[in-house]
Design a protein around this ligand. Structure first.
Ligand code: UDP
Ligand code: MG
Length: 316
């Protein structure tokens, strides 16, 4: 089989991890080649997302050592999603199929064999899905699962417990390249591309070294970005909330008029303040959500580039 596979790996400040995981990826690639699941011209591609440490130096060294390693460096840090897209788009013009994976060894590389088999059976997208989260802390697990549930409630449909470990064929990547949005949320976009797809299941390990770049605040950011990029349901909820609040105030007016005639209107300052604060809070919250969408429109209309490739290890 001579289909070329590029394993695309975004890296940000990973000098501690790369020397350990890079040989693991290479070994995996060689075993895939031996099994005839991909061709000799396959590669492991690292995308350096504007790291501030020695990550790019390590990648360049690796590429010098073995032509099966390649590297792409972005002009500055653009975040995981943009870095991954940059790598995938670079790979798309050079290979037949890609597998994206994080560089920290948390995702089980041994599922790649199965992914490639599905590809040869005609699947264009294969999602790597975590079957368990036992290695994550309770807090990480609870927030991550809450994240998927909340996302689907808000109308942003994604594959449950799937991060960005996935196989995509050249055709699916061509489809993805037609989505021009600047606010990237690949997990939500890939299902929209379509094509025949399936999932493989694996257990997620602990990070081999270094620290996670996705603390709670960043995850909240990703969720908010995912929801506002994929769905306008929150705006509809606001309309519903506004409607319910006006119905409620109508009742409150009737109550106020009736109590006036009954003659019990002296005190009531406390309840008035409570209602005012409550309504004020809801209004600010709703304005905030609408503002989020306006912010999105603002950044989308500018059409700024999502990533800029500064150089690659294949440049002469
Ligand atoms: N990453 C990146 N740019 C960033 C942050 C992270 O390319 O700005 C990469 C990072 O090197 C890793 C992957 O994205 O390969 C996932 O990050 P991390 O492991 O920190 O996230 P977690 O697995 O904890 O969700
Ligand atoms: Mg990780």
């Amino acid at each position: 089989m001579d289909k070329s596979l590029y394993i695309v790996i975004p890296c940000y400040n990973e000098e501690k991890v790369l020397p350990i995981t890079a040989p693991m990826f290479l070994e995996k690639l060689n075993s895939l080649i031996e099994q005839g699941l991909c061709g000799e011209n396959s590669k492991v591609v690292f995308v350096n997302d504007g790291s501030k440490d020695k990550t790019w130096d390590i990648i360049q060294e690796l590429a010098k050592e073995n032509p099966k390693y390649a590297g792409v460096t972005l002009s500055r840090n653009r975040g995981h999603q943009n870095a991954l897209l940059g790598g995938l788009m670079w790979a798309k013009d050079r290979c037949d199929v890609t597998i994206s994976i994080d560089c920290d060894g948390q995702d089980d590389i041994n599922r790649m064999d199965e992914m490639m088999r599905h590809y040869h059976d005609g699947c264009h997208v294969v999602y790597g899905v975590r079957s368990k989260r036992e290695t994550d802390t309770f807090f990480k697990r609870a927030t991550a699962e809450g994240f998927y549930k909340f996302m689907s409630l808000m109308g942003a449909d994604t594959v449950f417990n799937h991060a960005d470990y996935r196989l995509m064929s050249k055709e699916a990547l061509e489809g993805l390249s037609q989505f021009k949005e600047v606010n990237l949320f690949l997990r939500g976009l890939v299902p929209m591309v379509g094509y025949k797809s399936t999932s493989v299941y694996y257990e997620r390990f602990e990070r081999i070294a270094g620290e996670s770049h996705y603390p709670f605040s960043k995850m909240l950011n990703l969720a908010l970005n995912g929801i506002t990029s994929l769905s306008v349901k929150p705006l509809r909820y606001i309309t519903g909330l506004g409607f319910a609040m006006s119905a409620f105030s109508l009742l409150a007016i009737v109550w106020a008029v009736v109590s006036h005639f009954v003659g019990a209107t002296v005190s009531g300052w406390a309840s008035l303040i409570c209602v005012m604060c409550f309504l004020g809070g809801i209004q600010l919250f709703c304005l905030g959500i609408i503002g989020e969408y306006i912010g999105k429109i603002y950044s989308e209309t500018k059409r700024r580039p999502r990533y800029i490739i500064e150089k690659t290890t294949e440049d002469k």
